[in-house]
Design a protein around this ligand. Structure first.
Ligand SMILES: NC(=O)c1ccc[n+]([C@@H]2O[C@H](COP(=O)([O-])OP(=O)(O)OC[C@H]3O[C@@H](n4cnc5c(N)ncnc54)[C@H](O)[C@@H]3O)[C@@H](O)[C@H]2O)c1
Length: 390
């Protein structure tokens, strides 16, 4: 799960940036890696007492403080960790920008064995580093970290979201956003946003996938589900009358919609030609194996809902914790994913670009416009520090 969630199209990096080695095998400098991604700040911290080796990347704070989770992973090299945090933080900028939130993009990685039992000291060390940024960066859980880990972070800083007793499990909100986005896709492809009678193939019926199935079942869609966990499949079969499909056959289902809700990288040269669906709309991060695959989908006449747009409900949910929104308001904001996608599809059609490229443009335009406005004649009294304006 490294180097993932590229989300927005990768910038043209320095030669050899992906392998983190230059053409002649010389190491690439940190600044060379940062430049094409246009990061504001990257903070490296080493604390031998805590056994803490962490990197916090702040990509862009034009819209607000940089928010993004802490990933704890046994990276093989420091360069691998750096590339991961650079890509992930940039994707957060785009996700927040398109969702219309007053947040920038950031992310942190801790390099080490995620099974370590020395969690208090490690995550309190991380909390102190987060605190040193005085709110420019807000963290949360991510791969390899838990709500309990965030409780330790919370002991050292208030700049953390998703701790126990606050906004809660984001997956029902994420699923609701995917459901709303799916209806936008149906409206574009079938001229009718009703999902009644539509066959939907759902890959992964974990947190997001199962809640999505519930929404779809309520609308009388036909559900085909798969998961590597048999119990989860059985739950969907018994409670929602879904039809079970073996994991490797989900791509071949005669469905109108394919909803990836498990892993990243599932849309690739081998799987796309097998799809019968006219729509790909699911909650998983990093669905495209690489950035060419959105062209492949488009060439095959498949409408792709860019993952970071359609799965933004989880981010909206933690944002509501920061700005004090009620669950109803967070849900209303999440429902806007429907209209956002319609606009992105329209832009893609008008400009002859893929839906991913159109989403990137929407993000870039908002950041550019808000940045210009803040630098304009209102600059002297406009910026409220790192206070978020809801
Ligand atoms: N939870 C959220 O709010 C949220 C928000 C945004 C994005 N996402 C993304 O959505 C995806 C799902 O998240 P989740 O919270 O539901 O995770 P989860 O772990 O609860 O569910 C994932 C499910 O996929 C299954 N799975 C794994 N490999 C599979 C395979 N090869 N074939 C079929 N099923 C497989 C797992 O058994 C599990 O049941 C992830 O990519 C996550 O990054 C989640």
């Amino acid at each position: 799960m490294t180097g993932s969630e590229h989300g927005p199209k990768e910038p043209k990096g320095p030669k050899g940036a992906k392998g983190a080695k230059g053409a002649e095998g010389a190491s690439i400098s940190v600044f060379e890696l940062m430049a094409p991604y246009e990061h504001e700040q990257v903070l490296f911290t080493y604390d031998p007492v805590a056994g803490y080796r962490g990197v916090i990347a702040i990509h862009n704070t034009t819209l607000g403080p940089a928010l993004g989770g802490t990933r704890f992973w046994s990276y093989e090299t420091d360069e691998e960790a750096l590339l991961d945090v650079l890509r992930l933080s940039r994707a957060m900028t785009y996700k927040a920008a398109v969702a219309g939130l007053n947040l920038g993009g950031g992310k942190s990685v801790i390099i080490g064995d995620p099974k370590t039992t020395r969690r208090e000291i490690l995550f309190r060390a991380h909390g102190r580093v987060v605190e040193s940024l005085k709110g420019r960066y807000i963290t949360a859980e991510d791969v390899g970290t838990s709500v309990e880990d965030m409780e330790y972070v919370r002991m050292e800083t208030s700049h953390v979201v998703g701790v126990a007793g606050r906004s809660g499990d984001p997956s029902p909100v994420t699923a609701y956003g995917v459901y709303c986005g799916m209806k936008a896709c149906a409206a574009v492809v079938y001229g009718d946003e009703s999902l009644r009678g539509k066959a939907v193939a759902i890959q992964g019926v974990g947190h997001v996938g199962f809640h999505l199935c519930e929404y779809l079942a309520k609308e009388s869609a036909r559900l085909f589900v798969t998961d590597i966990d048999r119990e989860k499949v059985e739950r969907a079969v018994h409670t929602l009358r879904a039809e079970a499909v073996p994991p490797d056959e989900i791509y071949d289902v005669e469905a109108e919609i394919f909803a990836p809700c498990a892993l990243g990288g599932v849309l690739n040269e081998e799987t796309i030609p097998r799809l019968r669906a006219k729509i790909v709309a699911g909650g998983a991060n990093n669905q495209l194996a690489d950035e060419r695959q959105d062209n492949v989908l488009q060439e095959r006449g498949i409408l792709y809902a860019p993952d970071y747009v359609i799965n933004a409900g989880g981010l909206i949910n933690v944002y509501s914790e920061l700005v004090g929104w009620t669950p109803e308001r967070a849900r209303k904001k999440t429902a806007e994913i429907h209209d956002t996608l319609v606009q992105i599809f329209e832009l893609a059609r008008r400009e002859g670009v893929t839906t991913s490229e159109a989403a990137d443009k929407v993000a870039q335009r908002r950041i550019q416009q808000v940045g210009t406005m803040r630098r304009g004649f209102l600059a002297s009294h406009a910026h409220p520090g790192w206070q978020i304006q809801a």
